[in-house]
Design a protein around this ligand. Structure first.
Ligand code: PRP
Ligand code: URA
Length: 210
């Protein structure tokens, strides 16, 4: 697994506001979108393209276009939905599939409660969106799901990650073509499985408590 941790003052600045307990939901939602757009720039570095010839007003020239099959973006509901607009803004031709997962707050085990993805992901480049990589259970299960459907490679974009989650994901995806792009690598998990210092419950901060 390739791991890329962002190192840019604008990203750190936006993450600092996002972490702040006093930041209200509307600001939190805007920042999550802006952050994923910035991280997507790095995450799409290896997006497949093919040569094309076009005509400018002045001359014929060559360039590239995103290849088919088009990349598939998969937000993990609920919190990953807060990253979708920011991602498709940068790659508007991408298709979007959905995975609904929730982790049991006692056992920290994830369960999948919804799935709306193409049956066949052969040759697909997939981009999974989830703001939080805590124990790594949810993201590992989501990525395994995509590879079982035939995905060619998977890039996960998370706003924050814990070292425990990165290690678990590395183990769970051994031998697979996986890239992880993180806004920041935090210190640790606490006894409740929350990222420290983290930002709290991402879903609740985006959408309120349910
Ligand atoms: C959060 C988060 C991840 C997961 C991370 O979702 O968005 O999906 O927890 O934890 P893990 O790495 O230990 O699996 P949650 O289960 O709270 O659901 P939500 O998005 O509906 O709030
Ligand atoms: N899920 C969250 O939303 N936050 C954490 O810190 C861990 C899991």
């Amino acid at each position: 697994m390739r791991v890329h941790v962002a190192d840019h003052p604008l990203i750190t600045h936006k993450l600092t506001v996002l972490r702040d307990v006093n930041t209200p939901s509307p600001t939190f939602r805007s920042l999550a979108e802006e952050l994923v757009t910035l991280l997507a720039y790095e995450a799409t570095r290896n997006v497949r393209v093919e040569p094309v010839t076009i005509q400018t007003p002045v001359a014929e020239t060559t360039g590239v276009a995103i290849s088919s099959p088009r990349p598939l973006v998969v937000p993990i509901l609920r919190a990953g939905l807060g990253m979708l607009e920011g991602m498709v803004k940068l790659v508007p031709s991408a298709e979007v599939g959905f995975l609904g997962m929730v982790r049991n707050e006692e056992t920290l085990e994830p369960t999948t409660y919804a799935e709306r993805l193409p049956d066949d992901l052969s040759d697909r480049q997939c981009f999974v969106l989830d703001p939080m990589l805590a124990t790594g259970g949810s993201l590992s299960a989501a990525i395994e799901f995509l590879f079982k459907r035939g995905a060619q490679d998977v890039t996960a974009i998370c706003l924050l990650g814990a070292p425990e989650g990165v290690a678990a994901l590395e183990k769970a995806t051994e031998g697979r073509d996986v890239t992880l792009v993180l806004g920041a690598l935090d210190e640790r998990l606490n006894e409740k499985g929350y990222i420290v210092p983290g930002l709290g419950d991402a879903g609740d901060r985006l959408y309120g408590t349910v």
